[in-house]
Design a protein around this ligand. Structure first.
Ligand SMILES: [Zn+2]
Length: 166
């Protein structure tokens, strides 16, 4: 297994996370990173997708770590998802970019599309419609996003995390 710490990594970096790293995958999506994750993917599928789609494989499994047919692999040592995010950012020198935060669907990884307020009408409770001006939706799963409390808290946490990393 070869891993170069000198490699230049940007938001163009793409990931694939093993079944044990669902929360880490969501954190990376919050930062805007294209991160493939499915609880259904077995080891062979993970490796196949990582190679075919040029994704950095994130894994907690020592068995996968030992495989020699894949080079772009990062073995995650931490148990806690926030620490895992920090581990990935530190080891790959990722620089979270404010404009990339919350640009992806947290549940299916699609890039979110802006949705005007009038189109959101009827799809969210009235008080949410009245309280926010910006909405976005996922063209894949149709999930709607707005800067609600949960969103803001996660954004703040992620920003703090990014600040700690940098
Ligand atoms: Zn989605």
């Amino acid at each position: 297994m070869v891993f170069s710490f000198e490699r230049k990594v940007s938001l163009r970096m793409k990931f694939i996370a093993d079944v044990m790293l669902g929360k880490l995958a969501r954190y990376l999506r919050i930062l805007g990173y294209d991160t493939l994750y499915s609880s259904q993917m077995d080891e062979e599928e993970l490796i196949r997708n990582a190679i075919a789609q040029k994704r950095m494989l994130l894994t907690r499994r020592t068995k996968i770590k030992r495989r020699e047919d894949i080079k772009d692999i990062l073995f995650i040592t931490q148990d806690n998802p926030k620490k895992q995010l920090r581990e990935v950012c530190e080891r790959l020198h990722l620089m979270p970019v404010a404009g990339s935060l919350f640009t992806r669907c947290l549940s299916c990884n699609e890039i979110l599309v802006d949705m005007s307020k009038d189109k959101v009408e009827g799809k969210v409770p009235e008080h949410i419609l009245n309280a926010h001006d910006s909405f976005s939706f996922c063209p894949h799963c149709n999930r709607l996003y707005w800067p609600g409390t949960h969103h803001e808290r996660m954004l703040q946490q992620t920003k703090n995390q990014a600040r700690n990393i940098l």
